[in-house]
Design a protein. Structure first.
Length: 153
């Protein structure tokens, strides 16, 4: 009997580990706070529908533009930063778009299009059928990575 119980426990643990993350309001994946590429990839994999492809594209663009960028998940969102300098970009799923946050976006040229209540922060929204200008976004990423970032932990 103990063998059957341990097998059931193992099956239950395996099933729990293979479950998809909970999607919060707007379809944003709930991923525990963690450092590194693995939690960011878990977040991207859990992004619903078309958003997952955009998440992979953003992650790849950030990694190619700033290879030394540190990755983490904070507040159920991927964050990218430079060690000792802070976070420079993050993104988050909403029902109809992905909000890309540049923490020092007001200093970027050209300035990302969406204003924030915080003077320095600017956003770039990506909707399902939007064409993404990789050159423009990579320019913002490069510029943002060279500025002092947010020291959120």
């Amino acid at each position: 009997m103990p063998a059957k119980m341990s097998t059931k426990v193992a099956r239950d643990a395996s099933a729990k580990n293979s479950e998809k993350p909970v999607l919060l309001s707007g379809g944003n994946p709930q991923i525990a706070k963690a450092d590194g590429d693995a939690p960011v990839q878990a977040y991207i994999s859990a992004m619903p529908g078309w958003k997952s492809d955009v998440g992979r594209r953003l992650d790849d663009l950030i990694a190619r533009t700033v290879p030394e960028a540190r990755k983490a998940v904070r507040w159920n969102s991927p964050f990218y930063g430079i060690e000792g300098q802070g976070w420079f970009i993050s993104y988050h799923c909403f029902t109809k778009y992905i909000k890309v946050t540049f923490f020092q976006g007001a200093s970027l040229r050209p300035i990302p299009p969406v204003a924030s209540k915080q003077d320095d922060v600017r956003y770039f929204h990506i909707h399902e059928n939007d064409r993404i200008d990789d050159e423009l976004v990579a320019g913002w990423i490069r510029q943002a990575s060279e500025l002092p970032g947010e020291l959120l932990f």
